[in-house]
Write a protein that binds this ligand. Structure first.
Ligand code: DAH
Length: 346
């Protein structure tokens, strides 16, 4: 028995050593240690031995088992390591490979202006609303108190898609849509694209961007409008910025004003470096938007009682403000999206 055991151990060790795959190794394990395995058979033979021999032979068999198990597990991890190494090698990524540059984009200057303005008004509790670019004449004109004989309603000014259907010519249409949905009090802004039948030149484009604002509550006055627009101008152009209101006219506001901000380039002096400031053309002021108290008729048109509620509204051109801010003198470059131009805003 002792000899059989020694012989088995040395053969098993040699076989394990020679195994050339994990599959072979597993077959060996079963042949040696499995239920029908050789070592198992030896163990079964123990009972036939005389009592005096049994302990020594039993120990020898157990020792052999431990050695075989160790050899098997050693060889198994060798195969596992090899498999892992092979996989890592085959999945290796070559980071040094030469691929064409992928240029990093930048936020378009108009979007950047829109984001900055939205951030300011959101911080003041305004809701940001969207509204359709394809509108009916009702939302774009009638409800805003723009009569049917108003020049803006001529075909040479507004794009008509069908009878009574237009590409909105102003984001003010969003005021009406909003008020139809939400009862006062509220504060909202609505940025978006607008369209007018203009030929492309340095200051015109058939598509451009506006941002509309509307606040309706009890006891809203010109003071509220002035306060918030002053803060806005300081936020956008710098803390030293002053504002001035000039009387104006819009059908949807009464009274109406145009709002100027003091020029950020010359500090409102109109002169920079001994010559007239090129940003404000020597006036010291930059026109930034139109505004006013919401016309009673507009409130009535959406079923809001103007004896209870009042509001203010404003509308600004995002492209214009962007150009002024960056000293861009030709609107076309903003829309052509030449990457050499856009790169400068990274
Ligand atoms: N809708 C006007 C325009 O396109 C801009 C405007 C002026 C909007 C005054 C307003 C406002 O809400 O109160 O020129």
């Amino acid at each position: 028995m002792m000899n059989l055991c020694e012989e088995l151990l040395s053969r098993a060790t040699a076989q394990i050593d020679a195994a050339d795959s994990a599959v072979r190794l597993e077959a060996l394990r079963v042949a040696l240690l499995g239920k029908q395995g050789e070592l198992t058979a030896l163990l079964k033979g123990l009972k036939d031995l005389p009592d005096a021999e049994r302990p020594a032979v039993g120990k020898a068999i157990n020792d052999a088992r431990t050695q075989i198990e160790n050899a098997l597990s050693h060889k198994k991890s060798y195969f596992e390591d090899a498999a892992l190494r092979e996989r890592l090698q085959s999945e290796r990524v070559d980071f040094t490979i030469d691929i064409p540059d992928r240029p990093i984009g930048s936020i378009h200057p108009i979007n950047h202006t829109r984001q900055r303005i939205c951030d300011f008004f959101v911080s003041m509790g305004f809701f940001v609303a969207d509204s359709p670019e394809i509108e009916t004449e009702f939302y774009n004109f009638e409800a805003l108190n723009i009569p049917s004989d108003h020049p803006a309603r001529e075909v040479q000014d507004t794009f008509f898609l069908a009878d009574g259907i237009v590409l909105r010519s102003q984001t003010s249409s969003g005021q009406i849509r909003f008020m139809e949905k939400y009862p006062p009090p509220f504060k909202m802004i609505s940025p978006g694209r607008v369209y007018r039948c203009d030929d492309v030149d340095a200051t015109h484009s058939p598509m451009f961007h506006q941002l509309e604002g509307l606040v309706v509550d009890k006891n809203i006055t010109m003071c509220d409008l002035k306060g918030i627009l002053e803060l806005f101008a300081k936020h956008f152009f710098g803390s030293q910025t002053k504002t001035r209101f000039r009387p104006s006219f819009f059908p949807f506001t009464e009274p109406s004003v145009e709002v100027d901000a003091s020029c950020f380039n010359c500090g409102g002096k109109g002169q920079a470096g001994g010559v007239p400031c090129r940003v404000c053309k020597g006036t010291g002021w930059i026109e930034i938007l139109g505004a006013g108290l919401v016309n009673r008729r507009v409130l009535q048109n959406v079923g809001v009682n103007p004896d209870v509620y009042s509001g203010f509204a404003f509308g600004m051109g995002l492209d214009r403000i962007t150009n002024i801010l960056h000293g861009i003198t030709d609107l076309r470059v903003v829309f052509e999206n030449d990457v050499r131009f856009l790169k400068q805003f990274r």
